[in-house]
Design a protein around this ligand. Structure first.
Ligand code: 13P
Ligand code: SF4
Length: 335
């Protein structure tokens, strides 16, 4: 099919009407397209195993943003969610940035509508705004510094103690940071649907059944869950903890996609997903899991859907992202 016709169709209905032959070797086709079109394929740890296997780089939000900023590729294909691909476009405006499914959003990003956030900010004129990267470009443009779960503590610590701060949009990460840094940041009331689903009661029982297991959690989890964790960190920090720690069993409270990489890197260890408070056995992010190998292939083939952003908005959003990159470099978190 012609690329322009495909773009129109995809804009209307996504890839629904475009068939992929089940006999096609998608892994080989994706590798071929990467070379032909000088594409870099970036994937978050929450992507399905097949996508992680075919990616050029797998990482957390900070690592992915850094890769996007530094790549020499002509096209960035982002196997992640919208705010991640948008961040890549803000940092690398000359590249074509593709996201296999434009509906891959994020409940945290959705919890901060720009108009409401602007009036919240206006009520605290003497505060500076530190915002978690899980937010829209409009919110980034209203922020002073962006952070991720890998660098949030260092970013807060880089701000003078007497300077009042607004932290958005994740109330759980914000409360965790208040506790860790001794600040009293004003928190926006947003949360992640995946990380708020864990059941403390079931985790407690699981810990009793696996007394030697380490319980590790992402800081987007609720305080009651974080209180019983042996280690709290971003996805890359959790992964590295499981590699370095001598324990052989880990109960993991974050999106289940990361367990694939944990198992790959430590095949002799056991990883148990923390149980949610419903009857479903999985903690999949419904947005992250919208991406599939088929959509990835089609998106590379037809170079759509593409992330676009108004240049004025991009430049406003870039300031807070640049500030994050500078502080992260100074703290030795990225090169
Ligand atoms: P990380 O930056 O820790 O990978 O987190 C991304 C995310 O969306 C967590 O839900
Ligand atoms: Fe957003 Fe939560 Fe999904 Fe991460 S896991 S992308 S924070 S909804």
């Amino acid at each position: 099919m012609n690329i322009n016709i495909a773009k129109e169709q995809v804009a209307e209905k996504g890839f629904l009407d475009i068939e992929v032959s089940p006999t096609l070797d998608l892994f080989a086709e994706i590798e071929k397209l990467k070379k032909e079109k000088n594409i870099v394929l970036l994937a978050h740890y929450y992507q399905e195993p097949d996508i992680q296997d075919v990616a050029d780089y797998i990482g957390d939000s900070l690592g992915l943003a850094q890769q996007a900023a530094q790549t020499n590729a002509d096209i960035i294909v982002f196997a992640g969610v919208h705010f991640m691909a948008e961040t890549a476009k803000i940092l690398s405006p000359s590249k074509k940035v593709l996201l296999p499914d434009l509906n891959a959003g994020c409940s945290l990003a959705d919890s901060a509508p720009p108009k409401l956030f602007k009036s919240f900010k206006d009520k605290h004129p003497d505060h500076i705004v530190v915002t978690y990267v899980n937010c829209s470009a409009e919110i980034k443009a209203l922020s002073d510094i962006i952070c991720t779960s890998s660098n949030a503590e260092k970013i807060i610590e880089s701000i003078p103690k007497e300077q009042p701060i607004i932290f958005a949009p994740d109330r759980n990460l914000g409360a965790f940071l208040n506790k860790k840094t001794g600040r009293n940041m004003v928190l926006w009331n947003g949360s992640c649907i995946v990380h708020e689903i864990f059941s403390l009661e079931k985790i407690t029982k699981l810990k009793i059944r696996h007394p030697k297991a380490k319980f590790i959690a992402h800081p987007e989890c609720e305080e009651a869950v974080l209180n019983v964790a042996d280690f709290i960190g971003s996805t890359s920090q959790l992964l590295s903890y499981t590699e370095k720690n001598e324990a052989t069993e880990f109960i993991v409270a974050t999106e289940a996609g990361i367990l694939y990489q944990m198992q790959q890197n430590s095949p002799q260890k056991t990883f148990i997903p923390a149980p949610p408070n419903n009857s479903c056995a999985c903690n999949d992010c419904p947005y992250m899991k919208l991406n599939t190998l088929e959509k990835l292939y089609l998106c590379m083939q037809y170079e759509t859907p593409e992330i676009t952003i108004d240049e004025k908005l991009r430049l406003q959003a870039l300031k807070s992202l640049d500030r994050m990159m500078e502080i992260s470099k100074a703290a030795g978190l990225i090169k």
